[in-house]
Design a binder for this molecule. Sequence first.
Ligand SMILES: *Cc1c(COP(=O)(O)O)cnc(C)c1O
Length: 395
Amino acid sequence: MKDLAAALAALRAQHQYRSRAVVESPQGTEIVIGGTPYLSFCSNDYLGLANHPRMIAALKAGADRYGAGSGASHLVTGHQRPHHELEEALAEFTQRPCALLFSTGYMANLGVVAALAGRGDAVFEDRLNHASLLDAGLLSGARLRRYAHNDVGDLARRLSAQKNSRHAPTPGDDLASDSLLIVTDGVFSMDGDLAPLPQLADVARRHDAWLMVDDAHGFGVLGAHGRGIVEHYGLNQETVPILIGTLGKALGSFGAFVAGSEDLIEYLIQRARPYIYTTALPPAVAHATLASLRLVQEESWRREHLQQLIARFRCGAAQLGAHLLPSATPIQPLLLGDSATALAISAALRARGIYVTAIRPPTVPAGTARLRIALSAAHSETDVDRLLTALEAVL
Ligand SMILES: *Cc1c(COP(=O)(O)O)cnc(C)c1O
């Protein structure tokens, strides 16, 4: 049996031990931990909706009307009115025929990749894809090929190599087999940069491959209407047939969805195991997400304010000589190198009342430990200035 105590001691020695802070307040720019308030730059609540009064009211109203739990999976009796309305609203918002709700983004990724690819197929993933996408590729049983980060040339080479290694088709071969699936984060979760989606779509078309984008950090944030990375680049379902969005980040709620053609969604309902074999999320949560989707559409000032904060922060950090990664999104990583340094800077900021978690391997590659600074539309310019002042003192 594995010696767990020794494994934990090793993690501590490598500065990789993780522990959880118990937050005693709602999510927001100020969070309370151990009775102490901190100005927080950690949350993925990019639009400041997680504690919005309209969402809280919708959550309560949903619970009053539909109860606390869904009681069953979607295919049994768990698919309630708010789930269905949310799917219709998400399809309309993403300008696709259909959308399918999943309980989490992790499960959506496992479900979609493993339903579309299997033995005999190949899945191509960006090296820096989110863990759930890599796990999905492994779970699928397809050959998993990881290409260099945002390197479309490397992807194209690997696609060609894969094609050349295929056997000549023999009579009776299943024509549906041998699919190629390209999978990428939209906004890379620890770096904040965007996938080169138009070029990826081009390569996918040339190689007759599916293209799937996980827009967990772009949905609600990117594009004039907040429709995400597909809107940002002016693409559509033709070029990006499989869109994943999550609802626990910019939408401030919980859950995830996939949007695409009617056939895609119908197929997933039949075949995506993490959709079929799990309890539907609470109907009140879907009801609250409907309210947040309306806020995303009505309050474009949140995206505009966020862009101003991003520009202000980057300008101030450049003056400090801080090593920021090139990112135009609310994810602003400050690269520090080794885990011990990242932990020390994070602790020094905390001593000044500012909460920014250190992100270490294996979440990021070795030698690239960082502070992942996340900005939110709920932050003020004064909040950003306080962060810059504190960084100046501790760096
Ligand atoms: C957060 C995240 C997920 C997981 O979504 P959950 O709804 O939190 O399970 C998937 N993909 C990416 C890129 C993410 O950042």
